[in-house]
Design a protein around this ligand. Sequence first.
Ligand SMILES: Nc1ncnc2c1ncn2[C@@H]1O[C@H](COP(=O)(O)OP(=O)(O)O)[C@@H](O)[C@H]1O
Ligand SMILES: O=P(O)(O)OC[C@H]1O[C@](O)(COP(=O)(O)O)[C@@H](O)[C@@H]1O
Length: 327
Amino acid sequence: MKKIAILCSGGDVSGMNAALKRFVEYAFDRGMQPCFVENGYEGLIDNQIHEAGYSDVAGIISIGGTKIHTSRSERFKEEAYRRKALENLRTHGIDGLVILGGDGSFKGMQKLADESGDIGFIGIPSTIDNDIAGTQYCLGVDTALNGIRVSIDAIRDTASSFGRAFVIEVMGRECGYLALVSALTSGAEMCLIPEIPYDLSVYKEDFLQQKKEGRSYFIAVVSEALKNSEEISRWFEEEIEVESRVTVLGHVQRGGIPTVHDRLMAFHFVTTGIDALLGGTKSAVVCYNNGTFVCKPIEKVAFKKYYIDEDLLKLGREFESPQHKQV
Ligand SMILES: Nc1ncnc2c1ncn2[C@@H]1O[C@H](COP(=O)(O)OP(=O)(O)O)[C@@H](O)[C@H]1O
Ligand SMILES: O=P(O)(O)OC[C@H]1O[C@](O)(COP(=O)(O)O)[C@@H](O)[C@@H]1O
């Protein structure tokens, strides 16, 4: 292998820049020329490909987002545009491509790999949603969770001062992982995610009892997938008789200084990915499980449903059982 490239696709995450830095430095270490594809699959189609050097990655490790930009590309779903993308890779003499993205990006990568034959493709799970089957961890999740924690801690200050209920809507697309872990680690009273059926009448009995015992405020964390934040807020006002506000955390969850954990994970993901390309892998996704990084075929990753770990779900189910917490 002489030349390898990297691109970012789908939602950006904090830690992508650390991955770019490792990519450039490790490619040079292994005697290859690293290249950047700007702007995800859109840039691949439009030939936004250039060689990268040490100066391109100097000072970016502590910055969120991605220096080479990302995109969601409708054109890439059409074979004619993917043919153009492959032509561009060949023109630049690129033997391997590393793709930082989520399962959508990997589905696109699979098509590209099937249509290519000679170029190697490696996916690195990168999404704050942590919703990719086959890997326990996706790059960016730790930074997102820590950002959410800071927001919920701050909301608790005003919630307790006013004696209000706050319904905090957390991202995750169809997956409740971010909401569940955030609710558990911020000491929320309520957690609603698509993976756990809930019964508001059980919450009602518990919350009214807690109110009697002196609780004056509530924190509810709800997954964006349920699309019911306003409804839950009204429920607090009407059924629990406590003033309520909704906070949609939104895209603040996608930014911020990458945590140490995400920087380190970026290094391991990229190292494993480049080693796999050098070992002749033509198409795979780097997965992290129980402390180990391994490459798995895309079909075991992108086309399977992700399930939240059962131990976490068990903890999540405890939100609905009456706890009569004292404040
Ligand atoms: N079935 C598919 N075939 C080809 N390309 C796809 C497919 N699904 C997604 N992609 C490409 O991957 C990009 C990123 O996917 P998306 O689902 O938006 O984000 P993520 O990779 O984070 O899940 C899409 O904009 C599209 O270009
Ligand atoms: O930034 P956009 O395009 O509005 O998309 C929002 C979605 O992107 C995410 O932040 C991340 O999703 P992906 O990593 O799968 O792209 C989701 O949690 C959210 O639903």
